[in-house]
Ligand binder design. Structure first.
Ligand SMILES: [Zn+2]
Length: 179
């Protein structure tokens, strides 16, 4: 049996949501995101079902940025058995330090030059380290013993993955008995 669970990120229920002064949306700076708690319950239930009846749980999400966060969360939980990444995904994971407010942190950007301190967007930050995003995901995956599969964008699956999921999809696999 194959169980498909869709997951999406939401604002952390613990965080304070502020509406922008012009009413066009919410202030996203400094806001934390989590996997939708109801989606997490769905994943747990799917795991329970697969443990009872055997089979595999597939978690899918759409939206590049969202998927990255959820993948990292899933990786941290040690849950992802197979991670599919499209070769078409060319992003950088950079660690920057802001010379103005001393903020230091890790960001995922298209180009190193795009990295900016969340508080000081006009200041050019110091880049302390930079890694290919795909390599960084490999490192994360390795830490929790996750198998990583790289699909070529030239392949049909790779092309579909790139178009449908913005380049990344995670497949969580739980065999009978697990490991
Ligand atoms: Zn700053």
């Amino acid at each position: 049996m194959k169980i498909l669970v869709t997951a999406k990120r939401v604002e952390d229920p613990e965080s304070k949501i502020k509406v922008k002064a012009d009413g066009s949306g919410i202030v996203q700076e400094g806001l934390k995101y989590k996997i939708n708690p109801f989606d997490e319950i769905a994943v747990e239930e799917a795991l329970r079902l697969s443990a009872k009846h055997g089979g595999e749980v597939v978690v899918a999400s759409i939206g590049t940025k969202d998927v990255q966060e959820q993948l990292r969360h899933a990786l941290a939980m040690g849950a992802v058995d197979t991670l599919l990444i499209s070769e078409g995904l060319r992003k950088k994971r950079v660690t920057i330090k802001c010379p103005q407010c001393n903020w230091q942190g890790q960001l995922t950007v298209d180009k190193e030059e795009d990295a900016r301190c969340p508080a000081c967007p006009t200041v050019t930050p110091t880049i302390e380290s930079s890694a290919d995003f795909v390599d960084a995901l490999y490192d994360d995956a390795e830490k929790v013993g996750t198998r990583v599969e790289l699909l070529s964008v030239d392949s049909e699956e790779g092309e579909t993955l790139m178009k449908a999921f913005g380049g990344i999809a995670a497949i969580l696999r739980y065999g009978i008995g697990g490991q």
